[in-house]
Ligand binder design. Structure first.
Ligand SMILES: Nc1nc2c(ncn2[C@@H]2O[C@H](COP(=O)(O)OP(=O)(O)O)[C@@H](O)[C@H]2O)c(=O)[nH]1
Ligand SMILES: [Mg+2]
Ligand SMILES: [Zn+2]
Length: 348
């Protein structure tokens, strides 16, 4: 794959200007985009094609606490090595990013960068949850990119117009599009965003149809859909880890497991705020460690009986709480393994 036009990967004036002011335009460094991240190993794409790359040690491991490490989607400056790995010298300023605080290392963990649109994906069946959309929206605005709300599985919903107006009530001016990856409904409305040179990140719970959506945009099976037996998906090239994938039409999708953790973190942050009524009820349980199961004097059970608290809301709370706890456990575990490794490198 020779002589790629790096502009197809979203290398715009925003990045070019930075390179010009750095006065590196005439030296040997060339721009590249990071399309895969594996610990210290990177896969990048430059005008010369896809290459493996590593960091310039004297720049990245020199005790400078402000040094920015490349993440998926980053534009970087590299020195081409015709017989081996390219060497990354610098990360260019980002136009958007998703990051979460890694509480273990007290460091910001960047999950994805330089995307144009955040597709906030929620399905029109049981998963539909306005509060959740609200939190995703806040997160998307923070990122610096433009949110688009995508309501999936329109084929399963008779009255999606009312859902759309509900969403529009909380998301002023944010495009809200109902789609079905099964029937193709709504995809002509998505086309203005899924264009060559654009990078998209998808945010949404598991099962809402993100992979199906990407496949439908790609008109190709680029991602594994949940619930399809292994045998059936043989031969499909499924995405694995921290990738930026280029679809045939030139749209790029950032697909990273980090998004899942980010999402859980967002949910956790919002959990207390969203369910403050439940937290207020809990205060009235007879026992401070009440599990709201069989304990006497349980205020939650009483509220469920009177209908003050609906079963649906209670179940939703329990489900989100469980997801958030799981994500936190996993994030801590991840932080432990990658954190230890990095510290050793700094000591060099
Ligand atoms: N009826 C219907 N089912 C869908 C649609 N999109 C996805 N699904 C189903 O929803 C399930 C989860 O889809 P998947 O794309 O793996 O969701 P993800 O976890 O968000 O990536 C699968 O069983 C899909 O077949 C849709 O537009 N209509
Ligand atoms: Mg998926
Ligand atoms: Zn209780």
């Amino acid at each position: 794959m020779n002589n790629i036009n790096i502009e197809q990967y979203g290398y715009t004036e925003f990045y070019k200007e930075q390179v010009n002011t750095l006065e590196v335009a005439n030296n040997e460094l060339i721009p590249a985009r990071v399309i895969e991240v594996h610990r210290e190993q990177y896969k990048i794409v430059t005008a010369l094609g896809e290459k493996d790359a590593k960091l310039k040690g004297s720049i990245f491991y020199n005790e400078d606490p402000n040094i920015v490490f490349p993440s998926i989607g980053d534009f970087v400056l590299v020195k081409n090595n015709p017989i081996g790995e390219d060497v990354i010298y610098r990360v260019l300023d980002r136009k958007s990013k998703f990051a979460r605080m890694d509480s273990f290392n007290q460091k910001e963990q960047v999950v994805a960068t330089n995307f144009d649109y955040v597709f906030i994906v929620t399905s029109l069946n049981y998963d539909f949850n306005l509060k959740r959309v609200e939190r995703y929206l806040a997160c998307a605005w923070d990122s610096g990119a433009t949110p688009i709300i995508v309501l999936t599985k329109a084929d399963l919903c008779e009255d999606y117009e009312s859902y759309i107006s509900e969403v529009e009530g909380i998301a002023f001016g944010v495009p809200t599009i109902a789609v079905s990856s099964l029937t193709g409904q709504g995809f002509d409305q998505l086309k203005q965003y899924t264009k060559s040179g654009n990078t998209i990140v998808l945010l949404g719970s598991s099962g809402v149809g993100k992979s199906s959506l990407v496949n439908a945009i790609a008109e190709d099976e680029v991602m594994k859909v949940n619930g399809i037996r292994e045998d059936d998906s043989k031969g499909r090239h499924t995405t694995t880890h921290r990738q930026l994938i280029m679809l045939k039409n030139g749209t790029m999708i950032i697909d990273t497991p980090g998004m899942r953790e980010l999402e859980m973190w967002v949910l956790d942050e919002g959990l207390s705020a969203t369910f403050s009524d439940i937290e207020q009820l809990e205060v009235n349980c007879k026992f401070t460690n009440c599990k709201h199961e069989t304990e006497p004097g349980c205020a939650i059970k009483a509220a469920l009986e009177t209908g003050e608290l609906t079963i649906d809301r209670w179940k939703n709370f329990l489900k989100l709480k469980k997801e958030a706890a799981f994500a936190e456990k996993k994030a801590k575990l991840l932080a432990k393994t990658s954190g230890g490794k990095k510290k050793r490198q700094y000591a060099r």
